[in-house]
Design a protein around this ligand. Structure first.
Ligand SMILES: *Cc1c(COP(=O)(O)O)cnc(C)c1O
Length: 438
């Protein structure tokens, strides 16, 4: 850990902050000073470090503060107009607004905004499309898939028969011919596309062709790229996928939560039933209000520009790292993230060491297995880096090259404290120049 400076006045974090956040810390300092101190520390950590975890972002004040509101007090089991509790008039109104905005944003007919998370969205969507024990064809986590796509210890691997497809070992990209063959061999009930660590464009139309050829459903899990899809920076899974699941907190920059989209009324009905009562109880109505705010923000023209910049920044960061001798898996990136193979820079540099040395320097990343990684998942030979959070701060290409240089300096020093402190100082200066949204 880097040295934390703890202010004695715990009512305020030592960083620029909107009035409501300052007010919250002041209120909490009176009601619960211990929690106030921890939250102020976390606010300071986020404000003074460079966030490169591809699945994370910094929400703006409107989304942030909408998450704590009166809607949290209410049970609203059911759906607008069909609730199991009285007093839901405004809950109906907010959920309808969120659903309408989600459909407009993604160009589809039906949205379920109740899933508590991306994994919860997948649970409900799988239950709607597949009987327990059905065969699902998906990319394993070691190649960039998500644990909810079939990991043995997850519900998906427990209740379904999972067959894996894989990346082309040479190009490290999706091999559609191989996926076609795998589908013909296992005759899956459903094929999953959409990933957690895949830096390239997904050809949804091609996936639908494969699905149709074997009579399977196609589920697109766009958790990572939802913002890029909403803004047209990545092709849309509609009209190709039968069901689309996503999170709302990654590139979409909303509250932590899930969302299920579809175009067919019968499918949408099945999905609604599998969310509630199938897999959840009362919806988090305060979070649904914040989802509505997030969708409203994403519908504005500035969001499209934001997403373009995310992708331009990812390209620039990838180029910068390549210039320092790192290898980009698949040769680069088309989206918001990249997988960095550390071995060409230094044979014995592991993802685990890199993650911890960079944290000391104030750069937050996660280790990640690269395709066919010889090292185990808790060690790895790679890092997954993404630009959504730093793009939210307003950073552009020049800062990407600077960050690539800082990363290389921290890693080349092999964790040496003096260099880490120097890099940490530069990171702080960069963060002061590009403050969080407030
Ligand atoms: C992040 C992610 C999820 C899960 O989201 P949670 O909100 O953490 O449950 C699901 N699928 C993919 C592809 C993801 O990247």
């Amino acid at each position: 850990m880097w040295p934390m400076t703890r202010t004695t006045d715990t009512s305020a974090a030592a960083v620029p902050m909107d009035a409501l956040s300052t007010g919250l810390l002041a209120l909490l300092n009176e009601k619960d000073a211990i929690v106030a101190r921890i939250l102020a520390d976390e606010a300071t950590r986020q404000a003074t470090t460079i966030e490169l975890i591809a699945s994370e972002n910094h929400v703006g004040p409107a989304v942030m503060h909408t998450m704590g509101n009166w809607m949290t007090n209410k049970y609203a089991e059911g759906y607008p107009g069909k609730r199991y509790y009285g007093g839901c008039r405004f809950h109906d109104e907010i959920e309808d607004l969120a659903r309408t905005r989600a459909c407009e944003l993604f160009g589809c007919r039906f949205a379920n905004v109740q899933p508590h998370s991306g994994a919860s969205a997948n649970i409900a969507a799988y239950m709607a499309m597949c009987k327990p024990g059905a065969t699902i064809l998906s990319l394993p986590i070691k190649s960039g898939g998500h644990l909810s796509h079939g990991l043995k210890v997850n519900f998906s691997g427990t209740f379904y028969k999972i067959v894996e497809y894989d990346l082309d070992p040479k190009t490290e990209t999706l091999d559609y011919d191989a996926i076609q063959s795998a589908a013909e061999a296992c005759k899956p009930a459903m094929i999953i596309c959409g990933y957690s660590a895949y830096p390239r464009v997904i050809d949804f139309a091609r996936f639908r062709k494969i699905a149709d050829s074997v009579g399977a459903y196609l589920l697109a899990d766009i958790a990572h790229i939802a913002g890029l899809v909403a803004s047209g920076v990545h092709p849309s899974p509609f009209p190709h996928a039968h069901v689309v699941t996503t999170t709302t907190h990654k590139t979409l920059r909303g509250p932590r939560g899930g969302l299920i989209l579809s175009d067919d009324e019968e499918t949408a009905k099945k999905i609604d039933r599998k969310v509630f009562p199938g897999s959840q109880g009362g919806p988090l109505m305060h979070i649904i209000a914040a989802k509505a705010v997030c969708f409203g923000e994403a519908l504005r023209p500035e969001f499209k520009e934001y997403c373009r910049r995310i992708v331009a920044n990812a390209g620039a960061l990838a180029d910068g790292l390549a210039e320092h001798g790192y290898r980009l898996c698949s040769g680069g990136t088309d989206n918001h993230l990249m997988l960095v193979d550390l071995r060409p820079r230094s044979e014995d540099l592991t993802g685990a060491d890199a993650e911890s040395w960079l944290e000391t320097a104030g750069i937050i990343v996660n280790k990640n297995g690269i395709p066919n990684d010889p090292r185990p998942p808790m060690v790895t030979s790679g890092l997954r880096l993404g630009t959504p959070a730093i793009t939210t701060r307003g950073m552009r290409e020049p800062q990407m090259h600077r960050i690539a240089g800082l990363i290389d300096r921290a890693l080349a020093a092999g964790g040496a404290e003096k260099v880490a402190c120097e890099v940490r100082r530069e990171v702080r200066a960069l963060c002061t120049e590009f403050p969080l949204p407030h």
